[in-house]
Design a protein around this ligand. Structure first.
Ligand code: F0G
Length: 428
């Protein structure tokens, strides 16, 4: 079957067939999916929300003409996407803006934005007829891969760091039945090893170095704009680790612009954790990204020193007048406490978004009247241990200004009533 796309090296432009097991060009460059789009009617996307068809209901496949045009029986889906956009006066005040909208990608089936790219990557894995799939992960990609591989009926291998993996993510990976290899090394080491393993075996690599993962991730931007009535915000702000997501959102926006679906591009802001900030360092120095050997942050999802997709991310930043900043763990955990207390909740890496908006507003990069959309990338329950430690005041060096520790009370009615009444009195 003729496919209306091909693969192309982002460095030297060499083209490859649409469906090949390949992640890099001979020159070492990573690959893009380049589409031949037909006329696109954006109203059709919205109309599909009312359909009972699984592909139409998916917040990825609803946009299939601009994601990856597959036939119905080629699609793997768990109804991913369809995530809410929240507004909160509390968070507006915290960040110093009047219109912060937060799109909660933690509401995906496995609790992170990774499901969007995985739906597309796993569909392609099945089309290619591969024997097994694999990824290296700080936890969310592995949870998503494990689930979608189980749904697609493919064996999965995940390579995760020996330490610093949040318990929710590890639980999911084990529960969905992935072969889980915990390496005595960080994510960057796992990323190098998984590429070697996949090159030497017939295992298909489903990290975001896989160009089809990026196509699925683009749908965050598509769905967000659809929810905003295709009114382009001033800013889209998101955390950066391996830099696949920022690359994807930038690529998708550029394509919408080229198609005339939007008339201008929003600005992008990529937020890194201070202890894992190779992109921020490069951006500040006006240089190429240099890998960091040592990284550390409580936001374990973005504990990455050698981001695979940095060149694609720089391209997205150039297209969208992007900025990069970093925030320390205290700022991330403070923002997280605010996001959680607003009733929304998200994992630490996601809250780098909110901490980043706050910093960029204080530095007058973002104006208080700008319309800002932040992406919350993962669910609060991904990392319960960090939440409990925060509220018990047990995170070293992190002021817990919103600590809400559980109170120990005798299981006797008078003592319980006394405690409840004290709280009611104190809150007026
Ligand atoms: N937020 C969360 C919750 C993540 O899990 C990740 C990446 C990011 C942000 C950063 O996105 O890598 O595209 O720049 N997690 C990957 C993983 C690395 O293995 O789950 P990115």
């Amino acid at each position: 079957m003729e496919r209306p796309w091909h693969l192309r090296c982002i460095e030297c432009g060499v083209a490859f067939d649409p469906l090949v097991v390949r992640y890099r060009c001979e020159c070492g460059g990573i690959l893009d999916v380049v589409h031949t789009f037909n006329a696109i009617n954006r109203d059709r996307f919205r109309a599909r929300r009312n359909s009972d068809h699984p592909a139409d209901r998916s917040g990825v496949w609803r946009y299939r003409e601009i994601v990856l045009p597959l036939a119905d029986d080629e699609i793997v889906t768990r109804g991913e996407g369809n995530t809410n956009v929240y507004r909160s006066e509390r968070l507006d005040a915290y960040c110093g803006v009047s219109g912060l909208a937060l799109k909660h990608e933690g509401e995906n089936p496995t609790g992170s934005f990774k499901d969007r790219g995985m739906a597309v990557g796993m569909s392609v894995a099945r089309l290619l007829g591969v024997r097994a799939v694999a990824c290296a992960s700080t936890g969310n990609t592995s949870a998503s891969l494990a689930s979608y591989a189980a749904v697609a009926g493919l064996p999965a291998f995940v390579f995760i760091p020996g330490q610093h993996i949040a318990s929710g993510k590890l639980s999911q990976t084990l529960a969905y039945g992935a072969h889980t290899l915990q390496l005595d090394g960080n994510f960057d080491k796992g990323m190098r090893i998984v590429q070697e393993v996949c090159a030497r075996t017939s295992i298909y690599l489903l990290n975001s170095i896989n160009p089809f993962r990026i196509e699925g991730q683009k749908s965050i931007g598509f769905e967000l704009l659809d929810q905003l009535g295709w009114e382009v915000p001033d800013w889209i702000v998101l955390p950066g680790g391996n830099l696949g997501n920022s690359s994807a959102i930038g690529k998708g926006l550029q394509e919408l612009h080229d198609l005339g679906i939007i008339d201008r591009l929003p600005r992008l802001a990529v937020i890194q954790a201070r202890g894992a900030n190779p992109l921020y360092r490069a951006y500040s120095a006006g240089e190429a990204v240099r890998p960091l050997a040592e990284v550390d942050t409580l936001a374990t999802a973005i504990r990455i020193g050698d981001p695979v997709s940095w060149r694609k991310c720089v391209r997205a930043l150039d297209a969208c007048q992007g900025v990069v900043t970093d925030v320390d763990d205290a700022a991330i955990m403070d923002a997280k406490a605010q996001v959680d207390a607003a009733g929304i909740g998200a994992e630490p890496a996601s809250c780098a978004t909110v901490a980043g908006v706050r910093r960029l507003v204080s530095e007058r990069v973002i104006a208080p009247t700008d319309r800002v959309c932040g992406i919350l990338t993962g669910h609060l329950l991904k990392d319960p241990d960090t939440v409990i430690s925060y509220h018990q005041g047990q995170l070293r060096g992190i002021p817990a200004s919103l600590a809400n520790p559980a109170q120990q009370v005798d299981a006797k009615l008078p003592q319980v009533l006394e405690r409840v009444e004290a709280v009611l009195d104190a809150s007026g």
